[in-house]
Design a protein around this ligand. Structure first.
Ligand code: CXF
Ligand code: ZN
Length: 380
């Protein structure tokens, strides 16, 4: 059993509380990681707000980078001292995992969202009074100085790259970039419209620049985000607050529509617009998650006439052990400049970081979990 500092989400709507907690020793396939940096994703805030079900009190955090502190007896994928990214978890044994599609793991919800404990029901975290806390959020709960992950959701990563840029690869960057590079795969000369210029949408724009798509159109309500999208490689932007996005996209494409679209905002109006924006036979990837139970209507004759494909995409349909090293190498070579999205915060400023994510002031806040030498000196 080890001691750590964690941001505990005690109850829906309550601020995070930094507390000393206890973390269980790694079992056979588990990996204990000293967390350097963890990104804040809107899913963390949605759980904290009580909109996405994960049992509280618990520790959130699901995109991180750190160093392996200890491994269970059956772990061969990594060893103590190695730097790793933390990403989503999967069981490794079900047909989807065996077929190389861990995002479709039959235990995905239990391992990543609703469980809050190991699959066998045992807790992994306890608070200072010895009461169990829910952990294993995305198989990690990395808003803590120590995270208990598994040998399937850690991916080795080089030591010479900045932690604040690496942390978001485990969810946000992988989700946006993977949707484009693994699923939509725009062909030469095709157009892609990205609805929502947050961390996921902008990662999709960055990835689209690596393809031969000739039009990359960002759609958002915030002109500052659209300016950023343009700096990152969008060829066109649509301010959906200022004009009708459907009409704007029709104009931009000579009324042909876009071959590929990606909905990252979770707004059903944007989803309808994205379907309507598709060219004949076009493909829409749906990433943004509205509240559970949300439905949208379909114009059935239009479906038959135009043959759109609508695909739900989780975590960029990524096989993390293969995809994340490739993305990190692209980052190293300056071809995926995610640093533009990131702002780092000391761990204890988690509430400010969360507020900045919610207000849209910052695209991707990243918490720095280990005190830097100057910060340590200052607190002495
Ligand atoms: C989310 C996407 C929306 C449903 C819950 C999981 N993934 C990452 O944050
Ligand atoms: Zn996420």
């Amino acid at each position: 059993m080890a001691t750590a500092e964690a941001a505990v989400a005690r109850a829906p709507g309550r601020p995070f509380a930094i507390e000393s907690i206890r973390v269980d020793d790694p079992r056979a396939h588990e990996v204990l990681v000293t967390v350097e940096a963890a990104g804040i994703c809107h899913t963390d805030l949605s759980v904290r707000a009580g909109h996405t079900p994960f049992p509280l009190p618990g520790v959130l955090g699901h995109e991180a980078v750190g160093t392996v502190a200890a491994v269970g007896c059956a772990v061969t994928a990594t060893s103590p001292g190695e730097r790793v990214l933390l990403t989503f978890d999967s069981c490794g044994a079900c047909p989807a995992c065996q077929g190389g599609r861990p995002v479709r793991c039959e235990h995905w919800p239990a391992l990543n969202l609703f469980g809050g404990c190991r699959l066998d029901g045992s807790p992994t975290l306890w608070d200072g009074a010895g009461a169990p806390l829910h952990g294993k959020f995305f198989g990690q709960s990395s808003f803590a100085t120590l995270a208990l992950a598994s040998d399937r959701n850690v991916v080795p990563v080089p030591r010479d790259l900045p932690a604040e840029a690496l942390a978001p690869f485990g969810c946000g960057v992988q989700t946006g970039a993977g949707a484009v590079l693994n699923v939509l795969r725009p062909e030469p000369g095709q157009s892609l419209a990205v609805f929502g210029a947050g961390a996921v949408g902008l990662s999709a724009v960055l990835a689209a620049r690596l393809t031969a798509a000739t039009r990359i159109i960002a759609v958002d309500l915030d002109p500052r985000r659209l300016a950023l999208a343009q700096r990152l490689g969008a060829t066109d932007v649509v301010d959906a607050g200022a004009r009708d996005a459907g009409e704007a996209l029709a104009e931009l494409t000579g009324r042909q529509g876009v071959a590929c679209a990606l909905e990252t905002s979770g707004d059903v109006r944007a989803l309808r617009q994205a379907v309507a924006a598709l060219a004949i036979g076009g493909t829409l990837g749906v990433i943004g998650a509205p509240p559970a139970g949300t439905e949208v209507g379909l114009d059935v004759p239009q479906l038959l006439d135009r043959g759109p494909r609508i695909i739900g995409i989780n975590q960029g349909a990524s096989l993390p052990q293969r995809f994340l090293p490739a993305l990190v190498e692209l980052f190293r070579r300056g071809r995926l400049p995610v640093t533009e999205l990131v702002r780092s915060y000391p761990f204890e400023r988690i509430e400010q970081a969360a507020a900045d994510a919610r207000s849209g002031r910052v695209v991707k806040p990243v918490l720095m979990l280990q005190p830097t030498p100057t910060r340590r000196a200052r607190t002495r």
